[in-house]
Design a protein around this ligand. Structure first.
Ligand SMILES: *[C@@H]1O[C@H](CO)[C@@H](O)[C@H](O)[C@H]1NC(C)=O
Ligand SMILES: *[C@@H]1O[C@H](CO)[C@@H](O)[C@H](O)[C@H]1NC(C)=O
Length: 330
């Protein structure tokens, strides 16, 4: 491409991005868990539950409902509720409204508190909100629940803060990785990025690097641990990704991307993100994956392509490291 074509191409991209961002919307996402032990909190045995109706409700200062929208959780226990025109939802909350379609799960009773929506970012006429996990309960607790859970002994320390189930907020992960391959020098300032999901309890110590094909193979679904395939790209990668790819796009859809360099970047970034959570020896740590993706999105089309290729090489293990997935049980 000559410089004029390049310039026109860049103008076209900027113009395109401006149009994309102009119809504002707000997206609310979260997950519903089946509280198998009926202990009122997220624990080891709880799993995301399908077919639960949830409601996002907004009220005015008199407690009158001003806005309310219902949605059903999908196979991964996730819901996503979209509001056009990007209204302020910071005073709204999400709650389980009724269950029932999923009779096999037996998790049919609404339980646990409604959760206030938290704004993750507002930028380019877009807003992304998340709610902490919601709970639904079975009629009877699972038989082999740890006993000590149920009648909670009175705490000795006074004035405890209420328990926080905190699925999304905890401290950023900084695994001790070997230093990542060098990227180009000019790195602009990044906007505030959403907090990362917590590291899964046991990341692998051995080196493993898997391709996007490996991550979308159904037999390997148990390796999706910190995030699930329906997690929104925007809640992981932040506002620049939301502007480029929309607030609707899920990690799973992003992994299918091909064709242009922006889709390739997203596919390889998500793959590197998943690899970084899965192995402490992956050459990029999780925060680095997010940062390099954002720098690329803020940069030229060429930086997008280069970053995509660097991630792709890391995801292929540089021809040395293989993917250590073994098919999941069940
Ligand atoms: C991972 O995917 C690559 C191709 O992308 C394939 O060659 C390899 O066998 C896969 N590994 C596993 C463990 O499935
Ligand atoms: C693969 O590993 C070997 C040694 O284990 C090393 O000599 C070689 O340079 C590596 N190749 C690449 C592409 O990193």
């Amino acid at each position: 491409m000559g410089w004029l074509e390049k310039l026109l191409f860049v103008c076209f991209l900027i113009f395109g991005a401006a149009i994309d961002g102009s119809q504002g919307d707000a997206m609310v996402t979260g997950t519903v868990f089946c509280d198998q032990c009926k202990d009122g909190q997220r624990s080891l045995f709880d799993y995301p539950v399908y077919g639960v109706k949830i409601k996002v409700v907004c009220t005015d200062s008199n407690g009158q409902v001003t806005m309310s929208r219902e949605e059903t959780t999908n196979w991964f226990g996730n819901y996503a509720v979209k509001f056009d025109g990007a209204p302020d939802l910071s005073g709204c909350y999400a709650q389980v409204s009724s269950t029932g379609q999923d009779s096999q799960s037996g998790c049919t009773a609404a339980a646990g508190p409604a959760q206030q929506l938290r704004l993750m970012f507002r930028m380019f006429d877009m807003e992304m909100y998340v709610a902490n996990s919601l709970l639904a309960q079975p009629s009877q607790p699972m038989s082999n629940c740890p006993r000590s859970y149920n009648p909670a002994p009175a705490p000795v320390t006074p004035a405890n803060p209420p328990p926080v189930y905190a699925p999304v907020t905890p401290a950023p992960v900084t695994p001790t990785n070997p230093s990542p391959p060098a990227f180009g020098p000019p790195l602009p300032h990044l906007p505030p990025l959403p907090p990362l999901p917590p590291m899964p309890p046991v990341p692998f110590l051995e080196a493993t690097a898997c391709s996007h094909d490996n991550w979308t193979t159904p037999e390997y679904k148990c390796y999706w641990r910190a995030v699930n395939p329906d997690t929104k790209v925007a809640t992981i990668f932040g506002p620049f990704a939301a502007r480029r790819y929309g607030t609707d796009m899920t990690l799973w859809q992003g992994l299918q991307g091909r064709g242009d360099s922006y889709r390739t970047l997203l596919r390889e970034s998500i793959t590197s993100f998943l690899n970084s959570y899965n192995s402490l020896q992956f050459p990029y740590h999780t925060i680095g994956v997010i940062q390099h993706t954002n720098w690329a999105l803020m940069g030229s089309p060429r930086s997008v392509l280069l970053t995509a290729l660097r991630f792709k090489r890391a995801n292929s293990g540089y021809g040395n490291i293989s993917c250590r997935f073994t098919p999941c049980k069940d």
